[in-house]
Design a protein. Structure first.
Length: 94
């Protein structure tokens, strides 16, 4: 009885982790795309090293890119943890 309850709770936690990771991954991709586009657009123009406004835009693009990459890493880790918990609960190794 207790083993089934622990397996059910583990399965619920695993599904919650998977759903939250899917949401995090969907929110991370626009950040990566915007950051990369901002850096690429700022570097394409000549004299971007001397123009302070261009350097600021490139810096903001880098912040978006790093935030997106961090969110991607968190999403992949959460999805792996969720998948582990779901498989752990379904295979009955609790």
């Amino acid at each position: 009885m207790a083993d089934r309850m622990v397996a059910a709770i583990t399965l619920i936690f695993g599904l919650v982790f998977c759903l939250l990771s899917w949401r995090v991954l969907r929110l991370a991709l626009p950040l990566v795309r915007v950051g990369w586009d901002a850096i690429d657009a700022g570097v394409q123009r000549p004299g971007y090293r001397q123009d302070m406004e261009r350097r600021r835009l490139i810096s903001e693009g880098g912040a978006f890119l790093l935030a997106g990459i961090f969110r991607l890493m968190v999403g992949v880790f959460g999805a792996g943890l969720g998948l582990f918990l779901v498989l752990f609960a379904l295979l009955g190794r609790v």
